[in-house]
Design a protein around this ligand. Structure first.
Ligand code: GAP
Length: 511
């Protein structure tokens, strides 16, 4: 199979739009920079990712729960969290009024990363290297912070200011007290939330990577800080190798360090969850091993609320290593702030140690849209022999699990049986029925939707009650009894059986 690697952003965006996965929002009006809509296939893929995320992370501990919460929150929340003061991007403004992110302009101009620099440091670089506006080439005369939150005026004629939340995390923090009371009253307790966050990004770009509205899947784990260097299950991952870039070894693209060794410099509770995150990517989502790593941020680079901070990064080819999530040790920063501003007691009492304290938080944060774009990039391949794109999704992620084709649509007998099989499979999975065009064209449509299997109903189906099952990645075909079909698909999907062993191999002309 000859497949093209390193798809560019423009190619990916064009493909996603052509197949209706994802495309610019309100496009019939010219679009709105930084906003994207998901079509049917995209919605299914995103949902499958979210469901695998839920299943895996909520399954880590039986004291982890999922909640939903308002996307609009009062100003005080962000006074408490520090976002009102600190959640800023450093903007560069030119004489003609164009505004861009200062670090982006400087990085592009100097060709190196400039993360963590202050406004003053960036301004000095702009002046020293005579960096001009990338849009109109005029002089940059201002470099300074701009808050990234979207304020909202509530009601009519009132002065109540609220904000669209810039991260989902604040919702579990303001829900902590009640959730801790109504659950077991124990720690660690996890609150997971999948929902939208909003940021007034200065320069939205790279499709879903930098948007102004995006979905986050975040798990906030509240724990006793005196237990940060332990986890009852640490032994199970002690020898597991983590793929990391340590902040003082940036010369190495990636190092394989055992969890046990990493725990000599980072607390065990943190390292344990890093291992679980890496296992999610490599074992559940089956990301290529060499395209995933953790990247440690140093004191200057990390978010204002973090004490330890590793980003999850993926190698997106054309875009290079790109952040898609992070493991954040947020200490008691948020709950302490909320306790102070709300005047509510957010401490907990530990019967065992007889101590009262504010829980600390370990946050596992995932950008769903960035993960989506990663899944699309990794799945994408242009197959020259077939002359079409093939999306090699893992079956559990595939938006369409199988397509059912009657060999011809003019014969009612094939159509009736195909429809019956379609209705039966649909009870369990998202499958599709397609009777238009040649079988070859139907295969290529399904390759481009990433459907792992195509099922053809032909003469043998009527006479012998069997169907032909075609594998997307190899184009191999097998014969399967209609009565066994559901069971065979389930086993294939769970990786319990190899395709070649799931039925009798057939040789056909149409691949
Ligand atoms: N609660 C922690 C937090 O929000 P973050 O690093 O600012 O941390 C977490 O964001 C993740 O959200 C990022 O790793 C990224 O995947 C996603 N994300 C952040 N800003 C984004 C944007 N403008 N567009 C798309 N995804 C974004």
């Amino acid at each position: 199979m000859s497949e093209k690697e390193n798809i560019t952003i423009d190619e990916l965006a064009a493909f996603c739009k052509r197949k209706g996965f994802v495309y610019p929002s309100s496009e019939i009006y010219g679009g709105l920079s930084g906003f994207w809509d998901y079509g049917h296939l995209g919605t299914m893929l995103k949902r499958n990712f979210e469901n695998l995320w839920r299943e895996y992370f909520l399954g880590l501990d039986d004291n982890f729960y999922e909640i939903e919460a308002s996307e609009i929150m009062p100003e005080k929340v962000f006074v408490a969290s520090g976002h009102l003061k600190n959640f800023t991007d450093i903007a560069a403004k030119c004489k003609k009024g164009h505004i861009e992110r200062a670090d982006h302009i400087v990085r592009k101009s100097l060709g190196k990363k400039v993360d963590g620099l202050t406004s003053e440091e960036l301004l000095k670089l702009v002046q020293k290297h005579k960096i001009v506006c990338p849009i109109c080439k005029s002089t940059i005369d201002y470099v300074g912070p701009i808050n990234m939150m979207f304020p909202i005026q509530l009601g009519v004629g009132t002065t109540t200011t609220a904000f669209l939340r810039p991260e989902t995390a604040q919702s579990p923090y303001v829900n902590f007290k009640i959730q801790h009371e109504v659950t077991r009253g124990k720690l660690p307790m996890g609150l997971a939330l999948i929902g939208r966050a909003y940021r007034n990004e200065l320069s939205p770009r790279n499709m879903l990577i930098r948007q102004r509205a995006f979905v986050q899947a975040e798990l906030q784990i509240f724990f006793d800080p005196s237990k940060i260097d332990e986890h009852p299950d640490f032994g199970s991952i002690k020898n597991y190798k983590l793929q990391v870039v340590i902040s003082d070894h940036r010369d190495k693209e990636v190092q394989n360090i055992s969890a046990g060794d990493l725990a000599k410099r980072i607390p065990k509770f943190y390292v344990y969850h890093m291992a679980k995150v890496q296992k999610f990517y490599l074992d559940v989502l089956k990301f290529p091993k060499d395209k995933f790593r953790f990247y440690e941020l140093d004191e200057k680079e990390r978010a204002f609320y973090n004490k330890y901070h590793f980003d999850m990064e993926v190698d997106l080819g054309a875009l290079g290593w790109t952040e898609i999530g992070g493991v954040h040790y947020r200490t008691d920063h948020d709950l302490k702030g909320h306790q102070e501003i709300s005047k509510q007691n957010l401490t907990v009492y530990d019967e065992e140690t007889k101590k009262r304290f504010i829980p600390n938080v370990l946050e596992l944060s995932f950008g769903v849209d960035r993960n989506f774009q990663t899944l699309m990039t990794f799945a994408y391949g242009y197959n020259k022999e077939r002359n079409n794109v093939v999306l090699h999704f893992h079956p559990k992620l595939a938006p369409v699990k199988a397509a059912i084709f009657p060999i011809v649509k003019t014969d009612e007998k094939f159509v009736a049986l195909a429809r019956e099989i379609y209705a039966n499979l649909r009870e369990e999975w998202n499958v599709t029925y397609d009777d238009s065009g040649s079988i070859g064209r139907r295969y290529s449509r399904m390759d481009e939707a990433g459907a792992p299997w195509c099922i053809t109903i032909d003469d043998a189906s009527l006479k012998k009650k069997v169907v032909t099952l075609r594998d997307r990645d190899t184009t191999k075909q097998i014969i399967v009894k209609i009565d066994d079909l559901r069971d065979v698909l389930r086993k294939l999907m769970n990786g319990e059986i190899a395709f070649e062993r799931a039925g009798k191999i057939v040789e056909t002309r149409v691949k």
